[in-house]
Design a protein around this ligand. Structure first.
Ligand code: ADP
Length: 264
């Protein structure tokens, strides 16, 4: 939209009724995108109007996890996002040919995010979830500038080392004056398929440690919103494009994710 003034981000307006959540993590591979798509699908299944911005620019995986290979269409000067399982979704992957890598620098990322938020026709959303890249990067700061009222959900595993980086990623909220609404511990043990005893593959306590640390740094109560076990059905759901909250809502991971969704 060269030359034209940037459109305002509707979600940043004081009159906006949309709850905006950034799903953040310290490291990659902790299940941030899986949590994002499952929360989105669970909220949509409850009848809420939900959108997801895949802002994990280098590791975009949300469309596949939601089972869509749809491309956005253009109507006048707005971008119409494809939807899957009742969730509207936009991803940088939809604008790159094939599986080509994204080699953009900070300012372009900011511009892409601005367009995802302002030039995509979202309609009246109840909830917008942003899947952030891991760590404390440019995108987290851009989001804070573009949607200062966005609240943060931190995903960590139970592991000490993961919890430390997750806490650092969360504490950026102090600088950006954003609210952290809670911590989700993922990969919290795995039920043994033979005897059902829990195996603490990644140790224990990471979620609690991150929540306590962030409560201290932010001076406001940051709760643990849930602990999601390692569950084959969650991984399969992601691979097959049908989030576990829909494919197997009463599985251990599915029911815990639905419980988290009911709290946000
Ligand atoms: P991130 O977004 O943090 O990089 P992903 O959501 O892509 O992480 O998850 C990484 C991999 O781990 C994916 O293959 C996903 O299916 C799998 N995974 C995530 N959480 C679980 C879980 N609770 N149980 C089983 N597999 C999981």
């Amino acid at each position: 939209r060269g030359g034209k003034a940037e459109r305002e981000v509707p979600f940043a307006q004081p009159s906006s009724l949309t709850r905006v959540y950034c799903v953040a993590s310290g490291k990659g591979g902790v299940g941030k995108s899986s949590v994002t798509v499952n929360l989105a699908a669970a909220l949509a299944a409850e009848g809420q109007k939900v959108g997801v911005v895949d802002a994990d620019i280098y590791g975009h995986s949300v469309p596949r996890m939601l089972g869509t290979d749809g491309r956005p269409t253009q109507v006048e000067d707005m971008i119409m996002p494809p939807s899957a399982h009742g969730v509207k979704v936009i991803s940088i992957g939809m604008f790159t040919p094939g599986n080509s890598p994204v080699v953009w620098r900070g300012p372009m990322l900011h511009r892409a995010l601005q367009q995802f938020l302002a030039d995509v026709f979202w309609g009246d959303l109840d909830v917008l979830l942003l899947d952030l890249p891991p760590g404390t990067g440019d995108i987290a700061i851009s989001v804070a500038q573009l949607v200062p009222n966005a609240e943060i959900l931190v995903v960590t595993t139970p592991q000490q080392a993961a919890a430390e980086v997750a806490e650092r990623a969360g504490s950026i909220a102090v600088q950006t004056h954003q609210k952290i609404i809670g911590v989700i511990e993922n990969m919290s043990g795995m039920p043994c398929p033979h005897c059902d005893e829990m195996v603490d593959v990644f140790g224990t306590g990471g979620g609690r440690r991150v929540a306590q640390g962030l409560t201290k740094t932010t001076g406001t109560d940051v709760p643990v919103l849930g602990a999601i076990p390692i569950d084959l059905r969650l991984r399969e759901g992601g691979d097959e494009g049908k989030p576990v909250v829909l494919s197997d809502p009463d599985s251990p991971a599915g029911s815990e994710l639905r419980a988290v969704a009911s709290k946000i």
